[in-house]
Design a protein around this ligand. Structure first.
Ligand code: PXG
Length: 445
């Protein structure tokens, strides 16, 4: 089925929308408009078919146009479009929390709802700080993130994040006292690794150095993405996450996994924590929770953390935090329907089955002009191109554009092209993605 041709917008009609993370003037001079989506495919406003190799923005894990989800949302909106969750409740919020708790690593079964990954991160950081205070360790206020980390765009998230452009314009407004672990990307040691790189577990020991500098008694939590997505797919070296967990345990520091990308099947298990067999104290999620259909995030907290708040007189509010739209009924309906689809089609483990095909797809690009690394894990793949001297990012952007012109949507960060297709992807789709990407890389050389 073709998209209905939509009325093209005049350049003057493109001006009011201040687009996020976009070169506005460049885009508006040559816009790329999406109009419809189904399965693995988008259609542009002028009816061109685009194979979605990034699940929208790492979120449409069950593929586009899932009727079960749309119908559940429509039914909920028809019954009760909104209900507060401050001192009130509605059944699907509790049902969803129970369903999520059952999916999570054992013990991470207390769920706080948000509306995005950024809100999940700021919520988890606030819970970590308040937890330390609740157990009489109020001097533990320091948060440790990681270079190249992406934790959304709230002030907490950019403080622990490590992508310089997301930080430098807002410098004086960061939370005080944060510090950062080194990132784990080493093309020198790990270029063209298949799956987890073998070199680099020792980088987790840098946490001991930061603890020696600041003292454990000042540190509330460490936050990392099990796999960094936004910075261009940075994988944890084998053993690295386990080592971080051991060091946090030794010093009584909370470990937060930001699973906004790795959550909901991207790495072959429901969560990265399970794929890498390391259980954090807090886990932040969003994106795949509702298949991208309605904005929603969720923070998973351990029983230990939740119980630390459930003290004192029972009439007191234990956590002064929440959003008007926490557990919005339409979002809960979308999430419940999404979890049904994931379960029925066994999508949360499908990335493990498809990982060898992703691996072949990206590693077949080795040897093409300017390709300096190919990386993969689960249904995540990346190819890194050598930056043009003095013009970083231009080569990557041109490859992204060429792919789009040839009908494949990839994600570009700098000179890295990332792939994270819907989990329903078939090997024939991956073959097509690989073919188009290879052609684009050759042409842009
Ligand atoms: N944490 C992680 C690990 C993320 O990847 C967020 C938090 C923030 O989520 P929200 O819902 O507030 O955007 C993210 C978001 C990309 C890309 O191109 C990645 C994200 C968002 C947009 C683009 O890699 N991740």
């Amino acid at each position: 089925m073709n998209a209905k041709p939509s009325t093209a917008l005049a350049p003057s009609e493109l001006q009011s929308f201040w687009m996020p993370f976009t070169a506005n003037r460049q885009f508006k001079a040559n816009p790329r408009m999406l109009a419809r989506a189904e399965g693995m495919t988008y259609w542009t406003a002028d009816g061109r078919e685009i194979l979605d190799a990034v699940a929208g923005l790492w979120c449409v894990n069950a593929g586009h146009g899932r009727r079960e989800i749309t119908e559940a949302v429509a039914a909920q909106l028809g019954t009760m479009e909104y209900a507060p969750t401050f001192q009130m409740g509605h059944p699907s919020a509790f049902e969803l929390a129970n369903r999520l708790a059952a999916l999570a690593p054992p013990g991470l079964d207390r769920i706080f709802f948000t509306n995005s990954g950024s809100e999940s991160v700021d919520t988890a950081l606030k819970i970590a700080l308040a937890y330390q205070r609740a157990r009489g360790q109020g001097a533990r206020t320091r948060l440790i993130g990681r270079e190249k980390g992406y934790h959304g765009v709230g002030f907490g998230g950019i403080t622990v994040g490590g992508i310089v452009n997301n930080r430098k314009f807002f410098g004086s407004s960061m939370l005080p006292g944060a510090d950062h672990l080194p990132h784990t990307l080493s093309i020198e040691h790990n270029a063209f690794s298949r799956g987890l790189p073998q070199w680099g577990a020792h980088l987790a020991n840098e946490l001991e150095r930061l603890i020696a500098l600041h003292d454990a008694s000042t540190i509330a939590a460490v936050i990392v993405e099990p796999v960094s997505g936004s910075a261009g797919v940075i994988l944890p070296p084998a053993g690295y996450l386990k080592r971080l967990r051991e060091i946090c345990d030794k010093h009584d520091i909370l470990l937060i996994f930001d699973e906004v990308i790795t959550g909901f099947g991207r790495v072959g298990k429901p969560f990265g924590a399970q794929a890498f067999d390391v259980t954090p104290d807090l886990m932040t999620t969003a994106k795949g929770l509702t298949n991208g259909a309605i904005p929603m995030g969720a923070v998973f907290a351990s029983r230990k953390i939740y119980d630390a708040f459930m003290q004192g007189p029972e009439h007191t509010i234990e956590l002064f935090h929440g959003y008007t739209y926490s557990a919005h009924p339409a979002a809960c309906a979308a999430a419940l329907a999404t979890l049904d689809v994931y379960a029925r089609e066994q999508l949360l483990t499908r990335a493990a089955t498809m990982a060898p095909h992703m691996e072949e797809t990206v590693h077949a690009l080795k040897g093409l002009p300017n390709v300096i690394d190919c990386r993969n894990y689960g249904l995540i793949g990346a190819v890194e191109l050598e930056a043009r001297p003095g013009r970083p990012g231009t080569r990557g952007y041109e490859v992204f554009l060429k792919c789009f012109e040839r009908g494949v949507l990839v994600r570009q960060t700098g000179d890295i092209i990332a792939l994270s297709p819907p989990l329903i992807v078939e090997s024939a789709h991956l073959a097509r993605i690989g073919e188009v990407l290879a052609g684009a890389i050759r042409e842009v050389a």
